[in-house]
Design a protein around this ligand. Structure first.
Ligand code: UDP
Ligand code: MG
Length: 324
């Protein structure tokens, strides 16, 4: 009998359509794991309501009252997926030996939990769930996702390709996470940088069973920008590089213009001056934009606002576990 107290942490934003099915499947999984002696009976499933506008919190409250396996954390406002995951992890850090974060739609295969536990028992502090194929995604999502991982790595941020936020983290990793005070949270980049022994398990992705994806193109783009700007100063360095490049081009341009001038071949170059005005203008604007992105981040970080406020936390002692 293993006595690992395992918590599952599920961020939920407007998930009323999938929650009942998710709860049923997870309760079943939990039963198998406890019956097989894989996890302690004190283990629980935590739903984090990320300021949903639908009946998500009502459903979580009902689940909590009907079974000791479930508990719920209610954030007072929508703070985004990453913050919801962190809120859940930090809320259970005293109680859990390890926690697995997984999306509420259970698109990720829950049978990978067993393999994550194997790795945890073998001494891993972080076990990353990595998806096998991207068949269920649209072409656009697949391409943008792979491009994103490539770009992140180019920018110098350690990310694991095709790993979303399905992962096991041990108690000490959660404790380390707490020490990061940043507001722009990008857990996928943060965790590899924390260190500790880690490993990967592969899993298949299913299509969403009900409800709609909460990651619109706009949210995905801002997530990508967040990821890059919170971890890398390469964009700033690229501006300098671009500056040098432009300087080189200007020198060549000046040289050819002078050559033309002295050989008497000067033609009033309306088109070229017009184009370069536009080009330089856009390069400057782009550069300013990138600098602005960082200044915005500095601004937010210096405010040191709390990431979230917990409105309520539903939790009670597991009776079956007490008898043991
Ligand atoms: N989510 C959240 N807050 C948000 C957006 C999403 O907690 O502001 C949760 C959502 O409920 C789900 C997970 O993040 O559990 C992943 O979202 P989704 O499944 O919609 O993303 P996709 O799988 O389409 O990338
Ligand atoms: Mg999903």
């Amino acid at each position: 009998m293993k006595d690992t107290v395992l918590y599952l942490v599920l961020p939920c934003y407007n998930e009323e359509a999938v929650l009942p099915d998710t709860a049923r499947r997870l309760a079943e999984k939990y039963r198998t794991l406890t019956e097989n002696g894989r996890i302690s009976k004190k283990s629980k499933i935590l739903f984090v309501n990320d300021g949903s506008r639908d009946r998500t919190w009502e459903i979580i409250t009902e689940l909590f009252h009907n079974s000791t396996v479930f508990c719920g954390l209610n954030l007072s406002h929508n703070r985004g997926h990453q913050n919801a995951v962190l809120a859940g992890l930090l809320a259970v850090k005293e109680k859990a030996d390890a926690a697995i974060s997984i999306d509420a739609d259970l698109q990720q295969d829950i049978d990978a939990i067993d393999r994550m536990l194997d790795k945890y028992e073998a001494g891993c502090d972080v076990v990353y769930g990595v998806r096998n194929a991207r068949d269920t995604d649209t072409w656009l999502k697949r391409t943008t996702a792979l491009g994103f991982y490539g770009l992140m790595r180019f920018m110098g941020c350690e990310v694991i390709t095709n790993h979303a936020d399905y992962r096991l983290t041990s108690k000490r990793v959660i404790e380390s996470l707490e020490e990061y005070g940043e507001v722009n949270l990008f857990l996928r980049g943060l965790l590899p940088s924390i260190g500790y022994p880690s490993d990967i398990v592969y899993f298949d992705v299913q299509a969403r069973r009900a409800g709609k994806s909460k990651y619109t193109m706009k949210k995905m783009l801002s997530f990508a920008v967040d990821g890059i700007t919170s971890f890398s100063i390469k964009p700033l360095q690229l501006i300098t590089l671009l500056g040098f490049l432009m300087l080189f081009v200007s020198i060549v341009m000046i040289a050819t213009t002078l050559f033309d001038y002295y050989t008497g071949r000067t033609v009033p170059g309306w088109a070229s001056s017009y184009c370069s005005t536009w080009f330089i203008g856009s390069v400057q604007l782009l550069s300013l934009g990138i600098i602005g992105e960082y200044i915005g981040k500095i601004y937010l970080e210096t405010k040191r606002r709390p990431r979230y406020h917990i409105e309520s936390f539903l939790w009670k002692e597991n009776e079956e576990a007490d008898e043991k």
